[in-house]
Design a protein around this ligand. Structure first.
Ligand SMILES: Cc1cc2nc3c(=O)[nH]c(=O)nc-3n(C[C@H](O)[C@H](O)[C@H](O)COP(=O)(O)OP(=O)(O)OC[C@H]3O[C@@H](n4cnc5c(N)ncnc54)[C@H](O)[C@@H]3O)c2cc1C
Ligand code: SF4
Length: 474
């Protein structure tokens, strides 16, 4: 086939992601997006202009060689496409599903100036799925063993990507994880209908095949401290995330029927609410309930969509700013609306009201308007005097963010942290002030994204490798 001209490429419309119908999917936990098939992927790949200066790469936090892998997809050379992707991204099947491409690579894609951007995320997902389903996740080359041992604390995206690189560099790697399953937020936070757990498990199996060892139910700071691990390991990477939920601090938060999004999503995910045939642990029964979720991020969208799938008759997002300021991915907001979630904007809870038995019955909301921008650059919500309303609810889920768990900093007092408990690092290497100890992901940045956590894990792995080879200069 003759090469297409840029004009012909620009004329091809973006191929939409096939998905389950909203009224069907809001009752099941199966994945919403169904993925491109080979033909759709190849057709979408033809939209890429193969720019001489591919700005999309600059938009990607781990600098995936986007035009190169897309060119392989266009030719149907999917195995080669997967190999290119994995040079820079250890978890492409995950990132293809949960990365906010609309504010990263796709936002700056040249095609976006005149039409919808190339569907980089959907293509990434297709390639990773094709590899897993057709030839199995390929184990990359592993260098000769160095005899050095590294302890990775936390089995989330930062820890997994750090472990994956370190094992390839020839070091002996053990991941210590507090929970009984590996994956961090990918397993216990993001629901099955957005990220099937078999995908995370396949990635973890790939790491096991490469030789990474995993110790679960191991809480560093409780089971053993960092200093104790340093007696046995040559270096330590801390990737423990931001798992401590913030609360509203309003009267009535103790009532029955009030949950933190962490508790809610963890119980639903880890007790496999989605596996209705095999799950034997009861999870929340929300049949016929009115559920309100406070927050506007991905966690809030996940919680509200999960409550619908658990039978809620009405599920609402209550957010103190407007939709434009919501930090959630655009696709999650769109999907939530399609599934019937109601959005109450410019409103914040000021009191939760209970009945005589201590069960939640209503929430009192303060109506807001937008004022001047705050430190985040978003316009600050300001209360409208006297504009208060009460709405009946049966359950509320608080999804207003997470902070760092103090267990590591308390048990490692010589590790420098800021006033929020985030570990302080040198950004170029992710090294902490403690010799041989590195850190990355949400424990450093506060709640951020999967790809940033993975990028930090990789930066740290490179630095740890250099440190292990030449510790005296560090
Ligand atoms: C519900 C939800 C939805 C999200 N959706 C998206 C999305 O769509 N796109 C996106 O890019 N980002 C999303 N995020 C954010 C993203 O998941 C995180 O930024 C990312 O997971 C951070 O990775 P991490 O490795 O730093 O930490 P985590 O994923 O939190 O992993 C940390 C791991 O460390 C373990 N751990 C903690 N303390 C200890 C200890 N003392 N000893 C041993 N192990 C310990 C934890 O159990 C956990 O497994 C979402 C977050 C949530 C909560
Ligand atoms: S900016 Fe868009 S069109 Fe250009 S190489 Fe990247 S994906 Fe292709």
């Amino acid at each position: 086939m003759p090469e297409l001209t840029p004009k012909e490429r620009m004329a091809i419309k973006r191929h939409h992601m096939p998905e389950q119908e909203p009224e069907e999917r809001n009752k099941n936990f199966k994945e919403v997006n169904l993925g491109y098939d080979a033909l759709l992927a190849m057709q979408e790949a033809e939209r890429c202009l193969r720019c001489k200066k591919p700005v999309c790469i600059q938009g990607c936090p781990v600098a995936v060689k986007i035009p190169d892998f897309i060119a392989m997809v266009a030719e149907g050379r999917f195995k080669e496409a997967a190999a290119i992707l994995k040079e820079d991204n250890a978890l492409p099947a995950v990132c293809g599903r949960v990365c906010p491409q609309e504010t990263q690579c796709e936002q700056v894609c040249v095609v976006a100036k005149k039409a919808e951007p190339v569907a980089i995320g959907y293509l990434e997902r297709f390639v990773a799925d094709w590899e897993r389903m057709n030839i199995g996740i390929q184990v990359p080359e592993i260098k000769e063993k160095t005899g050095k041992k590294v302890a990775v604390i936390g089995g989330g995206p930062s820890g997994l990507s750090c472990a994956g690189d370190l094992i390839r560099f020839g070091h002996d790697v053990t991941v210590f994880e507090a929970l009984h399953e590996i994956g961090g937020v990918l397993i216990y936070g993001i629901p099955e209908f957005r990220l099937p757990k078999e995908i995370v498990k396949a990635e973890v199996d790939g790491l096991k095949a490469m030789g990474v060892k995993f110790e679960t139910n191991f809480i560093v700071g409780l089971t053993r401290t960092i200093d104790e691990l340093l007696q046995e390991y040559d270096a330590v990477f801390i990737g423990v995330g931001a798992g401590l939920p913030y609360f509203l601090n309003v009267p009535g938060e103790h009532l029955n029927g009030v949950y933190s999004s962490n508790e809610f999503l963890t119980r639903v995910n880890l007790m496999k609410a989605y596996d209705t045939e095999h799950a034997d642990t009861p999870v929340f029964d929300m049949s016929g309930s009115v559920v309100a979720v406070f927050g506007g991020g991905n966690t809030a969208m996940d919680a509200v969509r999960t409550s619908l799938r658990l039978g809620a008759k009405k599920a609402m997002i209550i957010y103190r700013r407007t939709e434009a300021e919501m930090p959630a991915r655009v696709e999650e907001i769109k999907h939530a609306k399609e599934e019937g979630v109601e959005f109450i904007l410019l409103a914040a809870p000021i009191e939760l009201l209970g009945d005589e038995n201590g069960w939640l019955r209503a929430v009192k909301l303060q109506k807001m308007e937008l004022g001047e921008p705050d430190a985040s650059g978003r316009r600050r919500p300001v209360p409208i005097p006297g504009a208060i309303e009460e709405i009946p609810v049966d359950a509320v889920i608080v999804a207003i963010g997470n902070g760092s768990n103090p267990i590591i900093s308390k048990t490692t007092p010589d590790l420098n942290v800021n006033k929020w408990g985030n570990i302080l690092v040198d950004e170029a290497t992710m090294k902490t002030n403690k010799k041989g100890v590195f850190a990355g992901g949400d424990i450093v940045t506060g709640g951020a994204t999967v790809i940033l956590a993975m990028g930090a894990g990789r930066t740290a792995a490179k630095a740890i490798d250099e440190y292990l080879r030449n510790p005296e200069v560090w």
